[in-house]
Design a protein around this ligand. Structure first.
Ligand SMILES: *Cc1c(COP(=O)(O)O)cnc(C)c1O
Length: 484
């Protein structure tokens, strides 16, 4: 038999339907199991010792292995009590879109076909959602790390003579960019990958609310100009990864305009707050950015992976990335028509149909309901912050601007940093909740990012109770839970 299609479509179809049913059951019942459980050694070894298969394995066997050894040991981000890092929860609708996209097996690098029009629609919707002009260009990518990188390269090639950098490299130009010291690590990595070097990214101090200090920014740009460097970019973050703080975006937009700098916004998760009438005002100024990076897989709940970059000025993204290659020639009709292609807007040529799950997510729920999820998550975060402040043995470590709460357990005795680190690991292993760790003003902090549409106040209450129980076990005495 030629090719790889199944010999027996009927049995494959039956198995496929079973997979679909069982996965939907699993998503539906996600809250009833542990958030996370450690992978037993034998399961880990199954993967580490498996040899490359030379012969066929029945799909049924593989599915059995998936159900037994993969499904129970996932990260847990679909669970309402997953609060670590910034992980979206996913949706059943998004999952079904992935199924359809995989069935179609489209390549969105370019050419003239309907999936390309879906991505163009989604990019146009993204622009409308964030207050960018309809003429903005953009592309769906893996995540905000790649989106920020694409924006940085676009910005560096938009400086005077910047397009020459594509041929000559950056040698001789001393381009410098500015971001608050609370910016995500991918900004620094973008400078690294772009060949500008991480030193070319100047980290600006922040104020008591973890927002970029504009005075310091002004002084740093002036000093660099005086030293003969070429400031070209300022990055504002809408929702910093540690505390969810929002840089003064309006002031940054004014400053960038006055100084002829490219104003980029990293809105990885925070940009979605524009859909919430309660939180949109806090993002004022974001819509004035030259470019923005954000994720659909975080607060918008699309399944991984789905990041997005938008560039305001038409033509600049293609000027930074497009090539002219004989084997990718653009024609006036036939499959090779439809220029510009998405491969002109970033480093990827072959690209999957991420746009389908983004389309289904935005359309199935609508921006009002997605904005409602943002408001709900922020309300849960406020509730958690209030509970922390009302508990004498807990300490709130940062103001709660959006959906992230940084706090820690206080004890009179011992190393509080070590205690809090151990407690977070205890909590993970309990299966009850998964917050993560960070450091705030030098102190080890327990960090709960409420980003999952399934999380309600009862979930953070449960997390706190479990945390205090575990803390009492470790310190060996009762902790004060209510103010005297
Ligand atoms: C998550 C995050 C990133 C990185 O995005 P990925 O999608 O993980 O690549 C960048 N910036 C901020 C503020 C983030 O929260």
């Amino acid at each position: 038999m030629a090719g790889l299609d199944p010999e027996n479509w009927e049995s494959l179809r039956a198995l496929g339907h079973r997979m679909l049913d069982e996965m939907l059951d699993n998503v539906q019942g996600i809250a009833s199991g542990p958030v996370w459980q450690p992978m037993p050694d034998p399961v880990r070894h199954e993967f580490r010792q498996a040899a490359l298969p030379a012969q066929e394995t029945a799909l049924e066997t593989l599915y059995e292995q998936f159900s037994r050894s993969v499904l129970p040991y996932a990260t847990g981000n679909r669970h309402p009590r997953f609060m670590g890092w910034v992980h979206g929860g996913g949706t059943a609708e998004g999952m079904l879109a992935e199924l359809l996209a995989a069935g179609l097996n489209a390549n969105l690098g370019g050419r003239d076909h309907a999936p390309i029009e879906v991505e163009r629609m989604v990019i146009r919707w993204a622009a409308a959602m964030l207050g960018f002009p309809e003429t903005a260009t953009g592309v769906l990518v893996t995540g905000s790390s790649m989106a920020n990188f694409i924006a940085l390269l676009t910005a560096s090639r938009a400086v005077e003579g910047g397009v020459q950098l594509r041929r000559d490299g950056v040698a001789g130009r001393r381009l410098t960019g500015y971001a608050a010291n609370t910016a995500h690590g991918c900004i620094s990595r973008a400078f690294d990958m772009a060949g500008l070097g991480t030193e070319a990214l100047r980290l600006v101090p922040v104020d008591a609310d973890f927002r970029m200090d504009m005075q310091a920014l002004r002084a740093m740009v002036a000093a660099d100009r005086a030293a003969g460097l070429e400031p070209f970019l300022v990055v504002g973050t809408a929702g910093t990864v540690d505390t969810g703080s929002i840089d003064p975006l309006e002031a940054l937009a004014d400053f960038a305009e006055a100084e002829s700098l490219w104003f980029h916004v990293d809105g990885a998760f925070g940009a979605m707050a524009r859909l919430s009438p309660d939180y949109a005002p806090a993002l004022a100024g974001m819509e004035r950015a030259s470019s923005i990076a954000f994720d659909f897989h975080k607060w918008a709940q699309a399944p991984y992976d789905a990041g997005c970059v938008l560039v305001r000025e038409p033509g600049l993204q293609a000027a930074a990335f497009a090539q002219s290659l004989a084997y990718l020639s653009r024609e006036d009709r036939g499959v090779a028509a439809g220029a510009p292609w998405f491969c002109d807007f970033g480093p990827d040529l072959s690209r999957g149909f991420r746009a389908l799950k983004v389309w289904f997510t935005l359309a199935a729920f609508g921006t009002e309901r997605l904005g409602g999820v943002v408001s709900q998550c922020c309300a849960v975060a406020q509730h958690l912050a209030m509970r922390v402040q009302a508990t004498p043995s807990l300490e709130l470590l940062a103001p709660v601007a959006l959906n992230i709460v940084c706090f820690r357990v206080r004890t009179a005795e011992g190393d509080e940093d070590a205690l809090n680190s151990e407690l977070v690991k205890d909590l993970h292993e309990s299966g009850i909740a998964v917050p993560s760790l960070t450091r705030i003003n030098g102190k080890r902090a327990i960090r709960a990012a409420i980003i999952n549409h399934r999380t309600v106040t009862g979930d953070v209450d449960l997390m706190l109770e479990a945390l205090l129980d575990l803390a009492e076990k470790r310190v060996g005495h009762k902790l004060e839970r209510v103010a005297a």
